[in-house]
Design a protein around this ligand. Sequence first.
Ligand SMILES: Cc1cc2nc3c(=O)[nH]c(=O)nc-3n(C[C@H](O)[C@H](O)[C@H](O)COP(=O)(O)OP(=O)(O)OC[C@H]3O[C@@H](n4cnc5c(N)ncnc54)[C@H](O)[C@@H]3O)c2cc1C
Ligand code: SF4
Length: 310
Amino acid sequence: MAEDLGPRAMFVAGGTDLFPKLKRRQFEVEALIGLESLSSEVRNGGRETVVGAGLTLAGAANDRHLRQSFPGYSQAAGLVSSPPLRNAGTIGGNLCVDTRCNYYDMTFEWRKAAGFCIKKDGDICLVAPSSSRCWAVSSSDTAPMAIALGAVVTLAGPDGERELPVAGLYRDDGIDYLAKQPFEVVTDLRLPSDKSTRTAYVKLRRRGSIDFPIAGAAVAMRLDGDAVASCRIVLSAVASHPLEVPDAAEFMVGKSVDEESVRAAAEIAAKPAKPLDNADLSHFWRKKMVRLVVEQALQAASDQTGGLDG
Ligand SMILES: Cc1cc2nc3c(=O)[nH]c(=O)nc-3n(C[C@H](O)[C@H](O)[C@H](O)COP(=O)(O)OP(=O)(O)OC[C@H]3O[C@@H](n4cnc5c(N)ncnc54)[C@H](O)[C@@H]3O)c2cc1C
Ligand code: SF4
């Protein structure tokens, strides 16, 4: 159906992001293709855990195996929006969720009065008028954690199935932000199981009860004694895609996790983060806060002793 209908149709899973956007006429489609049949199972296959894309965020936040083996992932899912939305929103929808911008996530009437922008109906970017691209912000909480974990998605399309690392699922473009084909469905998320990996996700937002992230850091690390053996750090809400910061992660390798190393790594991590004035609160302040969320996430991952239940 998706292949036949092309841009006239969209997939809908929980509808928590899509339905408000349809009401605001950010998307105008003739048909919705329901994804209710997607699996919501969590299967622990030893070397990897396979999570059905239909699992709700509440399910991911509360699943015993995910909480124990991938606490940072469960934390990220449990920090998305609010409890009613987590009961309906899915982990597949969270990976594919639209990018956000203060000039775009508005009613049709507001956008008409202010002037439309390139992402929908217009021809200039209202945040960066001299730019030819859209800078809408990647605002998924679970995508950075999935990337830090080295997770892979299964995509199903008319020609069958293929696997893609979550790190390869995103483009640095506020409009064309997904690297998959529009008619491909994310059917599951595969998390590599490694008991020695410690994970943490720290999110900054105005209202802890519902808001999208305005900065966030996902960390997955392994320790060898006191020293960091491997590390991945991925930032949320500071670019049009989840922003991996390999220089900061490499800096941590071989070092013990202490105040000094964490502060220096956070300084390195904040450099490529370039928040613009198109999300909540001041972008200068958000840039400063990137250091803080990275420090907290590194410390939390290193302090972790055995999952949220441990
Ligand atoms: C008030 C409010 C607060 C929110 N706060 C947050 C937040 O803090 N953090 C956050 O990350 N999100 C937040 N969201 C967005 C949303 O609730 C979540 O991202 C949720 O996980 C989306 O999942 P869904 O199943 O409802 O997706 P849907 O709304 O059904 O779909 C979202 C998009 O993904 C596509 N899609 C869905 N599933 C698939 C699939 N399996 N394969 C391919 N494409 C698919 C749809 O076509 C659509 O483009 C918020 C939303 C609202 C309204
Ligand atoms: S970044 Fe610019 S083009 Fe993109 S949604 Fe915002 S105003 Fe529109």
